[in-house]
Design a protein around this ligand. Structure first.
Ligand SMILES: [Zn+2]
Length: 532
């Protein structure tokens, strides 16, 4: 029996620390360098030395790549897709300890020297010696390490099933990695004659409150979409306020109706979405002057369980219509009081209506040119680009003002849930059983509330509910797209089973050692073997 590289708790811990040491903050060079390093690491396995074509990289844009490592049994077609992301969030919050953020053993030792500097719950955990601190330990390089261990075991022991490890960049920002992986997974399914039986992610299990140490498995994931608006008023000088209308005045009506609006709340299987809030609201004036701000933008966060993009757009439009009606009533009262005629009433337009209007007025060529100027600006991200495109079109079509133009800004994560799938029901029971052997308890949550890449598989939508997204996302098809057709091809139940940890995205990010190195390897192996 040849020695395995990643199989004992000690070796797995060393593997995790190596993966963490390859710092890979989203949108940095480290993120670009990670995929080739990971491929090199897989080449340490004899299995891939003999079968180089089973190790592949797929371009995910901006110099980043998706890695797939396929363990293929000669006779099996049934395949489990193991999903992880290898990017992490930034490390500024570590302060003077920042250089150690990627060295979990050293960081954890260093923290021991001044434990009183940590918040109470983190200090208590540190002193138990049961946690390893560091950026990416919990979220989610441990999940990747566990998947690597499964690939090695399967290949050495020749498990009669196929596994496709899929590790992606950009999960923390736009999920460009997973969106690229979807199309790649459809292609390798054809290339190797695979049938996908399960999409298994191993994002960490989050505690539901600071003292909660129960472990959770997730049989779906919450969705997220961002309705946005551009408010176009009319400029004037502060000395003549009634000759114009500020965009801030317009924005205030919509934002007040979007914040905590419970018509966006969805409930399914006893779980509910958090209420919407604004993520950004600003005017587009570049600097201070006595000209009033007449263009502003706002971005709202909406969580989803069942609704499609089209349903959210209908609801958002209704809220915007109500808001503008209230504004128009308020405004005409003020005009009456001040004895002026006013600049007219504010209307609501969808981006697609503005685009149709602009194409007619300016011609598609000029509209395309305007869009390209914005799309090629490297200073702006996809959200800024979306809003700037609408702004440019409105500047050319000012006769539509005053107006509130509604749109979607990226990213969009559809919700997915397969709690009722019979395979999932069986696996959940098995995982509860398996945890008992460690005197541990596992609870099921139907929607992972941390946003994850499972959103991009098993897409179910009979009525083309995504068309409102395609038609109202200004950067769609240029700098942002979602492969809805390929996502619908990746039919299969989804599940998230990962190690327990705390404080993702904080300097106290930490991984529970027994969960990661003792329990999870057994639980995941049990899970996969149950599918033979
Ligand atoms: Zn994560």
């Amino acid at each position: 029996m040849m020695g395995k590289l990643w199989v004992t708790p000690e070796k797995l811990r060393a593997l995790l620390c190596e993966l963490v040491s390859w710092d890979s903050i989203t949108l940095t060079e480290g993120e670009q360098a990670f995929a080739p390093k990971l491929v090199e690491k897989f080449r340490e396995l004899r299995y891939f030395q003999d079968r180089p074509s089973l190790l592949q990289m797929q371009d995910a844009g901006l110099g980043r790549q998706v890695v797939t490592a396929l363990y293929k049994h000669p006779e099996a077609t049934e395949t489990i897709v193991l999903i992880s992301h290898f990017d992490t969030v930034q490390t500024e919050e570590y302060g003077s300890l920042e250089p150690l953020a990627y060295f979990p053993e050293e960081l954890t030792k260093k923290l021991m020297e001044n434990p009183e500097e940590l918040p109470e719950s983190a200090r208590a955990d540190l002193e138990t010696g049961k946690y390893l601190f560091g950026r990416g330990t919990m979220d989610m390089k441990m999940g990747l390490a566990l998947h690597m261990q499964l690939i090695e075991k399967a290949s050495v022991e020749q498990w009669p099933i196929n596994l496709v490890l899929t590790s992606v960049p950009d999960e923390e920002v736009n999920s460009a990695g997973m969106r690229a992986a979807v199309t790649h997974l459809v292609r390798i399914r054809e290339e190797f004659g695979l049938t996908y039986k399960l999409f298994l992610n191993s994002e960490p299990s989050f505690s539901q409150n600071p003292t909660d140490i129960a472990e959770y498995i997730y049989t779906g994931t919450i969705g997220k979409i961002m309705p946005a608006a551009l408010f176009y008023g009319k400029e004037t000088h502060v000395g003549e306020p009634m000759k114009g209308m500020t965009a801030n005045y317009i924005a205030s009506f919509l934002t007040q109706r979007m914040e905590w609006n419970d018509s966006f709340r969805e409930t399914d299987l006893g779980e509910s979405t958090p209420l919407p809030v604004s993520l950004q609201q600003k005017d587009l004036k570049m600097s201070y002057s006595t000209q009033t701000p007449y263009r502003a933008v706002a971005l709202y966060n909406v969580f989803l369980l069942k609704r499609t993009a089209s349903e959210v757009m209908d609801l958002f439009e209704q809220v915007a219509e109500d808001a503008m009606q209230a504004l128009n009533e308020n405004y005409s009262m003020i005009c009456e009081r001040e004895q002026v005629t006013g600049i007219g009433s504010v209307k609501v337009l969808r981006y697609e209506e503005l685009l149709t209007y602009a194409n007619k007025k300016l011609g598609t060529e000029q509209v395309e040119q305007l869009k390209q100027q914005t799309l090629t600006n490297e200073q702006w991200d996809d959200r800024e680009k979306s809003l700037r495109i609408v702004d440019d079109l409105m500047i050319q079509c000012q006769e539509l003002a005053p107006a509130t133009v509604i749109l979607f800004a990226p990213p969009y994560y559809p919700a997915v849930n397969t709690s009722k799938d019979t395979l999932i029901v069986e696996i959940v029971a098995l995982m509860k059983q398996s945890a008992l052997s460690f005197n541990n308890k596992v609870d099921q949550i139907h929607y992972f509330n941390g946003i994850c890449d499972l959103s991009y598989v098993n897409y179910e939508d009979e009525g083309k509910g995504w068309t409102a997204f395609e038609n109202n996302t200004p950067v769609w098809g240029d700098t942002y797209s979602i492969p809805f057709d390929d996502m619908a091809e990746l039919k299969g139940p989804v599940l998230n089973v990962g190690p327990f940890g705390k404080d993702a995205h904080q300097k106290t990010e930490r991984l529970h050692l027994d969960s990661a190195f003792v329990e999870m390897p057994v639980m995941l192996e049990t899970l996969i073997k149950s599918l033979f």
